[in-house]
Ligand binder design. Sequence first.
Ligand SMILES: [Zn+2]
Length: 144
Amino acid sequence: MRIAKIGRKLSEEHKRKISESERGKNHYNWKGGKSTERNLLMGRREYKRWRTEVFKRDNYTCQECGKRGVELNAHHIKSWAYFPEFRFDVRNGRTLCLACHEKTDTYKQKGKRIKTKKLEIANAKKETDGATTGETASNGTQGT
Ligand SMILES: [Zn+2]
């Protein structure tokens, strides 16, 4: 009610300014589309924090060969690509020196490995499905 009363007294210029500030507010709270860059930055920050936590926990020592004072990497035990929910889970991190990190499955051959892994997953799934249906069909005794 109060707004309506004031509204009548506002000049066009004033109204425009208000609508502009409203738009700014909306934009600020808007979480879609253009915030990708910000998300990326936040992801990077989150990653750095995760990495530091992993290093600290492992006492800045390679968990594979026990080296210290070398270039260290934080390795994701469960892959970054397949387990986004574990990306920033310190328990999913392992401190490795660069040399040991290069020997891991996921290091810099993602495309290749992922394809194989996908196949493995698909095959494993098929096998499980086959086993389940096979069992049910042949003897029909389920449970214990
Ligand atoms: Zn190492």
